[in-house]
Design a protein. Structure first.
Length: 168
C-alpha cells in the first residue's frame, strides 16, 4: 500500500509532496520534513515553512467540527466507531488538559511520535472545547517544536550517513 501511495505522489513537484506528507494524519511533519530535506535535498528555508503551514492548516477544521461530527455520524457504521474511538482517546488526557491546559496540548502536539501530533492534538482540543484562538496557538507552537526536533534528527541522520557512506 505504501508503495502505491508513493507512486501516486512521486512525480508531483517536490514542494507539493512535502505539503501532502506534512498534512497527512499519519506522517505529519515527521514525514514531510525528512522527505523534503533528505530525499529531495530542499533547502531548510523552503522545506520548513511549507511543512509547518501544511501541518497546522490541515487540522484547523477539526476543532469547530469534531463534536458536531461525533453527534451527527454516531450511528454511521464506519465513521461512528472511529469518532467514538478518537473521543475516548482524547478523554484519557482529561487530567493532563485540565491541569495544564494550553501547555498540555502544545506539548502533546510537539512530541514527534506516532499517535501524537497536530491531528490528535486538535481532537483533544475539540473534545475539551478549547477556544479556537488558543488551539491555533497550540498547534502552531507544537508543530514548530516538533519540526525543530524532526529537522535536527534528519540533519544529524544525513550527516551520520554521509560520514559512514562508502562510495560504491
Amino acid at each position: 500500500m505504501a508503495d502505491q501511495l508513493w507512486h501516486a505522489i512521486e512525480n508531483l513537484p517536490h514542494w507539493l509532496v512535502v505539503v501532502i506528507l506534512s498534512a497527512a494524519p499519519i506522517s505529519e511533519v515527521r514525514g514531510g520534513i525528512p522527505v523534503g530535506l533528505a530525499y529531495y535535498d530542499m533547502s531548510l528555508w523552503t522545506c520548513l515553512p511549507i511543512a509547518i503551514l501544511a501541518n497546522v492548516l490541515s487540522v484547523l477544521w477539526i476543532v469547530p467540527t469534531f463534536n458536531w461530527m461525533t453527534l451527527t455520524f454516531d450511528k454511521t457504521p464506519l465513521v461512528g466507531p472511529l469518532l467514538r474511538w478518537l473521543k475516548r482517546r482524547a478523554e484519557k488526557r482529561r487530567e493532563m488538559v485540565e491541569k495544564y491546559g494550553v501547555l498540555a496540548v502544545t506539548l502533546f502536539v510537539a512530541i514527534p511520535l506516532p499517535v501524537t501530533g497536530a491531528w490528535t492534538g486538535s481532537v483533544v482540543a475539540a473534545v475539551f472545547r478549547m477556544p479556537f484562538a488558543k488551539v491555533v496557538l497550540c498547534m502552531f507552537l507544537g508543530v514548530m517544536i516538533s519540526s525543530g526536533i524532526v529537522t535536527g534528527l534528519t540533519l544529524a541522520g544525513v550527516e551520520i550517513f554521509n560520514a559512514i557512506h562508502v562510495p560504491g
